[in-house]
Design a protein around this ligand. Structure first.
Ligand code: FAD
Length: 341
């Protein structure tokens, strides 16, 4: 049995903005901890920014044994060239066996640059990560302790497990919201290794003069109840029904991609493979057929109520409560019943 690179740590690129760690990176810390425990190695987090010492402490609370911290005024804003160069150097120096990034706009830009620089592979948009063993049938070689990088493929019709047994580190980006958020432990102790950063304006390809962030109008991930509508709702005007039911329940409106594409609601509300992954206490799906790409983003909800006039709609396969009927009758009846309570 060949045990690969057994000393190397499991690393997470800890993305931050103005010193606040992005949720996706914290979610990844939890899974990195689990993977590292299975491998019997430590967890490392790479943190780059302008003034990020507090964020480094937070990463320790979320499970990092070592934070590799690079501070420099010119690292305040993410830039592909500077960030990927520093990551390349630290990977060469410390040789982690696994390197994980959130599949955020920054992670999706940075990870391929780093993977190409260190000549590793990269699996994008994973929805799960496990440790496993693989035998190469042709040669009979067995590789143990490999990272199984799991993600939907072929338009979401299959779930593929991707492994990489001859290039290091094993690298993946992981979708936002698919890993549960770990509980922080303020008593955890960890080390901080300062990365020496020497940068000048001449090293930067782009000069950022100003930054404007569009605040997300909706936080689907944080809401306990989501009322989602699909193409079956029929029109933007009729989507009022979804908003009304959501308001009654203190919920946030969600949507299928078809509803978004048809202009019924803004893209921030989309749930699914190319939208947000959610796991609320209650998910109500009205006029949504339940395509695999939609289910990929909501099937972990604790309770699912589906309203559909087609008794064979696939959404009923994941629903806990099934209402076969016309949403134009069912939703007003639900609103009336809730108001009368
Ligand atoms: P439809 O499939 O058209 O279903 C409408 C449903 O409404 C039907 O089941 C119908 O019976 C029901 N209905 C109609 N009228 C009524 C009524 N009066 N009362 C009750 N029920 C009624 N989709 C997503 O949602 N999220 C994603 O992130 C996503 N990503 C994708 C990524 C890729 C690469 C691809 C290829 C597709 C993706 N899709 C995604 C699209 C997905 O395949 C489906 O096309 C989409 O989810 C369908 O949306 P829908 O269920 O609203 O519409």
């Amino acid at each position: 049995m060949i045990k690969v690179n057994k000393e190397g740590q499991v690393w997470v690129f800890a993305e931050q903005h103005l010193g606040k760690i992005e949720d996706t990176s914290l979610e990844l810390m939890g899974r990195a901890r689990e993977l590292a425990n299975k491998l019997g190695v430590q967890v490392g987090a790479v943190l780059l920014g302008s003034s990020v010492k507090n964020a480094a402490d937070m990463l320790v609370h979320y499970g990092a044994d070592t934070v590799y911290m690079g501070e420099h005024p010119l690292l305040e804003h993410y830039q592909t060239s500077s960030y990927s160069k520093i990551l390349y150097d630290v990977i060469q120096k410390y040789e982690p066996q696994i390197m994980l990034f959130g599949a955020t706009p920054v992670g999706r830009d940075l990870a391929p640059h780093v993977a190409s620089a260190v000549k590793a592979g990269l699996t994008a948009d994973c929805t799960d990560l496990q440790i496993g063993r693989h035998e190469i049938k042709k040669t009979g070689e067995v590789y143990d302790n490999l990272l199984f990088q799991i993600r939907p493929a072929f338009g979401g019709n299959i779930i593929a497990t991707i492994i990489n047994y001859d290039r290091w580190p094993q690298m993946a980006t992981v979708r936002e919201g698919v890993m549960p958020m770990p509980e922080p432990d303020g008593r955890r102790k960890g080390g901080i290794v300062e990365i020496k950063v020497s940068l000048s304006h001449a090293d930067l390809v782009v000069e950022i003069l100003d930054e404007h962030r569009r605040d997300k109008t909706v936080n689907l991930k944080a809401s306990r109840i989501i009322v989602a509508g699909g193409a079956g709702v029929g029109s933007r005007e009729n989507f009022r029904l979804i908003w009304d039911l959501a308001n009654c329940l203190g919920a946030v409106p969600g949507a299928s991609r078809a509803a978004v594409d048809l202009g019924f609601i803004d893209r921030d509300h989309q749930v699914g493979q190319t939208g947000t992954t959610v796991r609320p206490s209650l998910y109500i799906a009205a006029g949504i057929s339940g395509a695999v790409q939609h289910q990929a983003g909501m099937s972990d909800s604790k309770k699912i109520i589906a309203i559909n006039n087609d008794p064979d709609a696939p959404i009923f396969n994941v629903a806990h409560y099934k209402i076969v009927g016309d949403l134009n009758e069912v939703i007003p009846a639900m609103i009336k019943a809730i108001k009368e309570k």
